[in-house]
Design a protein around this ligand. Structure first.
Ligand code: ATP
Ligand code: MG
Length: 263
């Protein structure tokens, strides 16, 4: 048997970054948080996840991240079953979870510090990312000296420093004002295309879900199920002007209609 061939997944499987097949999660209670989810996410795809509160969006992200284990079905990441957190996967939560006693710079470098040695190039990149998220001048401030939105931007820079290929973002910009959110959304898409990263992005905002995504996964209330997958064929790079188009607004309306049917 040719060992290298046997060990390598087929080409199509290499392109599938996340493959869920009948994936389910029941918490003790029992609480059925996710039921029978089946989907593929391809390399470089941007998928938005939307659904009512408590429908299992965060649960799905935590399953993909390896923080919790499925209770039913299969879940493969990069061609192998999830069995714990991995370096190729980065996660960002609604709250920034920064270390209070470390500066912005040290917080952003944390994933690299934990992984081993920090090089000069890593430090330069960390500074670049801090500037990219709009925090020039705050490199050596501490989290307590920043607003909530600024702390969230530090968390975004930290996520990008990790070099993860699969980024899981759980309502990352929910607490930010409209314009900051818009700017960070544009930056996130630009960075995604530069890095060829794959993104799963949870949001409650239908407009944001459509603006960012190649596909929107719409979930039902508990027990959370994938009710619909909606393609967003708007060209890239996306611009704010596109939100005026009828194509964009039809998609937003369609998702609003689908979600409204659950309430
Ligand atoms: N660790 C846990 N133990 C028990 N039940 C849990 C746990 N985590 C989540 N749940 C339950 O699973 C269901 C889905 O929760 P989840 O956090 O995934 O929802 P969500 O869609 O992210 O909601 P929101 O939009 O409010 O953030 C909820 O009913 C919740 O109570
Ligand atoms: Mg949640």
């Amino acid at each position: 048997m040719n060992q290298s061939t046997a060990m390598e997944p087929p080409a199509h499987a290499r392109d599938d970054i996340v493959v869920a097949n009948g994936t389910g999660m029941v918490f003790p209670g029992p609480v059925v948080a996710l039921e029978d989810a089946s989907f593929h996410v391809k390399r470089g795809e941007f998928v938005s996840l939307i659904g009512p509160s408590g429908c299992g969006k965060s649960t799905l992200l935590r399953l993909v991240s390896g923080l919790i284990k499925t209770t039913a079905g299969q879940l493969n990441i990069f061609g192998t079953p999830v069995d714990g957190p991995r370096a190729e996967i980065g996660m960002m939560f609604q709250k920034p979870t920064l270390l209070d006693w470390k500066s912005v710079f040290d917080n952003v470098l944390l994933p690299i510090t934990l992984a081993g040695t920090v090089t000069k190039a890593d430090q330069t990149r960390a500074i670049d990312l801090i500037h990219l998220v709009g925090l020039k001048g705050f490199e050596f401030s501490y989290p307590r000296q920043l607003s909530g939105g600024m702390q969230q931007r530090v968390a975004l820079a930290r996520l990008l420093t990790s070099g993860a290929e699969l980024l899981l973002l759980d309502e990352p910009f929910g607490a930010l004002d409209e314009f900051t959110r818009e700017r960070l959304n544009l930056e996130l898409m630009r960075i995604q295309s530069d890095l060829d990263a794959t993104i799963l992005f949870v949001t409650h905002n239908i407009q944001e879900a459509v603006f960012l995504a190649d596909r929107v996964f719409v979930m039902t209330p508990r027990p959370g199920r994938l009710a619909a997958t909606i393609d967003v064929p708007l060209p890239r790079p996306r611009t704010i002007e596109m939100t005026k188009s009828s194509e964009y607004n039809d998609l937003v309306f369609n998702i609003r209609d689908t979600l409204g049917g659950f309430i």
